[in-house]
Structure formats: C-alpha cells, structure tokens
Design a protein. Sequence first.
Length: 297
Amino acid sequence: MQAYIPFPDISPDLFSVTIGGFELALRWYALAYVAGLILGWRIVVGLMRRPALWPAGVAPMRPEQVENLLTAVIIGVILGGRLGYVLFYQPLTYLADPLRVLRVWEGGMAFHGGLVGVVLAIVWFCRKYAIPLLSAADAMALATPPGLFFGRVANFINAELWGRPSSMPWAVAFPGEDAQTCPGVVGVCARHPSQLYEAGLEGLVLGLLLLIAVRAGGLQRPGWLVGIFLTGYGLSRFVVELFRQADAQFITPDNPMGYVWQLGQFGLSMGQILSLPMILLGLAFLIHARRRAPLGP
C-alpha cells in the first residue's frame, strides 16, 4: 500500500462575509501578494537607509521614493502576469473571447509575464527619476523571493499547480477530480507537492543566496544580484518543472507529459522554455558585473 500525505483541510479563503447577498472573501492567494509586496517594500527601504552597501557610499534612491516604485511594480506585476498567462499559455482561448482577459478573478497569472511587467516598470521609474537602473534592479532582486515564497505556499493551500503522480512517502493526495485522475493509478492518486518545492527553491534558497551576496559586497557591483536572481530562479523553475504537472492545454493522448518541444524521449515544458532565456540573461549579467571593478566607497 502506497504511503502518502492527505491534503490538509485548509480553506482557500482566510475569511468570508456576506453583505446584501454578495459574498466578500479574502483569499490566501491575495494575502500572499499583499504580504510579498509589503515585505519587499520594507526590504528596499532598508537597503536605501544603508548607503555604505552601495557604490561610492550613495544609495540609488531616497527611502521615500520607494513607495512610488512599489506602485509602478504592482501595476507591472498585475498587467504583465495576466497578459503573460494569456500569451504564453492560452492565446487561442482568449483570442476567441478577448473580454475574458479582464476576468482576473477566474485566475491565470504567469510569473515570467509578471517579471517582464516589473522590468518595464523599473526601467520607466528609473528613467523618470534619473535613478541608476542596475542598482535599483539589484534592490528589487533581493526583495522578490519573499513574495515568491508566499505565492507558492498559497498555490499549495489552493490545491492548484500540483505535481506529477508520485510514489514518494511525502506525496500529497490533492482533492478534486482533476488531481485524482491519474492514468494507470489504482486508488488514491498522490502527487509531488511541487508548489512547496518551488517555495523552498525560489523563496528560501534563492533569498538566502542573495542575502549572502549582499553581505559579501554584491551591491558594489551593479547587476550582480540581478544575475544571481535570474540564474537562480531560472534553474529552480527548470528543475521543478520535472516534477510539476504540465498545464492541461498542453496534455494530449500522444503527449501525456505536456511537452511543448520534444525530441524522442526528451522534451521541454512551457515553463522550462521560458526559463532558459532567464538563465542565459542571468549569466550575462553575472559576467558583466564580474568584469567591472567593485565601486566601493
């Protein structure tokens, strides 16, 4: 008999109230976004209050400017994440019903799209206020892992984005007909808790590496933390995709693994394909920053 962990009885809603026949609910996923943004904001403010960490002993922006940057980043995350999901994962579905793009309450956000939105927001903000772009990006790189951690934990609580079927003793029996539909599996279908794998790699491990880089003087080399983040996230996502269930729209009887690109028995998922440019770009940032002399005070 296979050993597995039953899915904990956790409601996706932190609480809900009914007012005038309408139900208002605060979901864990929304709380994860809020907590990640607030904690990221405080991290960036803390960095700006420590000028000795930065090139020439001067922080790239004033602490009070971080609030304006946060506003731009929030807009970038929402627009980029939503449009990224539409373009990368279900373009034909939304092309048939364009107004469905606005139904964000139905779910559907892509990290890679959100990252593009954040990058555009940071570029716009730095150009408007004449702020060193790479230094601002380094600060945002350090501030991002907490939000990734909270978001992946919220994915687990929502019982979504689960992994492939697994016989490991820590596999989780997620609820729902889709999660329990596993060809060839008799009885309960347990799966990799891939959301928690991502929370550990993208949130905890990557965040620790970035903290170590800051303590080692990484902010003195503009772009160094950006390179670590892009490379680290890309590698983490690429590895976790080996255990994560592919999106339903990519799975067919002839392609049960949901590969977007395949050569023989080897294939790549959409998440892996989108992660490869991140890894290459991250390595380019690391090489560029390494070649520059540290700009210490």
